[in-house]
Design a protein around this ligand. Structure first.
Ligand SMILES: [Zn+2]
Length: 193
């Protein structure tokens, strides 16, 4: 069965990573959306696996090790879920919207998945106000993408230091839309839609 490894980013003890007003905690939000995503992927006939089922911080090195163990011998992709920030997180910023990242050593398949995710985010009205590279995704030296053996994309799901984005991220509609965009992009990637 086709496997989707979901990395819900940071843990309970990661410093910062929250909205200036403390309503949105990145580790909590990503766990909440990861759970929604698991249910939707299962319903779509794919096999979701949570890389970090608990709340504690798990090092990137260990997360990469787990991912590589999981994807060995299977058709798998990895999605690392995050929320973005444009400043130090103490004040509200103006940058908004959704973005995808791959590592500089990304395979063609990672790039294809990132482009599909971006296309889906844009079609769902989540583009935001930043200039996105023409490829649809950014490149950054991120261990979770760089050191994993399967296609891997890190998604920054709006900004936790943008007030309008935070308001949206805290709604059921916002969380549904973001979970669904990942499902649809992965289905297209695997050629199942
Ligand atoms: Zn993050």
């Amino acid at each position: 069965m086709k496997t989707v490894i979901i990395d819900n980013g940071h843990g309970r003890d990661t410093a910062g990573k929250r909205s200036p007003d403390g309503r949105l905690l990145e580790w909590k939000w990503t766990r909440c959306v990861a759970r929604r995503l698991c249910g939707k992927l299962r319903a779509a006939g794919l096999e979701p696996v949570l890389l970090v089922p608990g709340d504690a911080d798990v090092t990137l090195r260990e997360r990469c090790r787990r991912a590589n163990e999981l994807c060995s011998g299977r058709e798998a992709v990895l999605l690392s879920l995050h929320t973005n920030a444009s400043g130090n997180g103490k004040e509200w910023g103006t940058a908004s919207g959704w973005s995808a990242f791959v590592s500089p050593n990304a395979s063609e398949n990672s790039r294809r998945l990132a482009a599909l995710l971006h296309e889906e985010a844009v079609s769902r009205g989540l583009a935001g106000n930043r200039m996105t590279p023409s490829s649809g995704y950014y490149t950054a030296n991120l261990a979770i993408c760089r050191d994993t053996l399967c296609p891997a994309v890190l998604t920054e799901n709006l900004f936790h230091d943008n007030l309008a984005d935070v308001d949206y991220l805290l709604t059921d509609r916002g969380q549904e839309n973001i979970a669904e965009l990942h499902v649809w992009a992965v289905m297209k990637y695997f050629g199942e839609s």
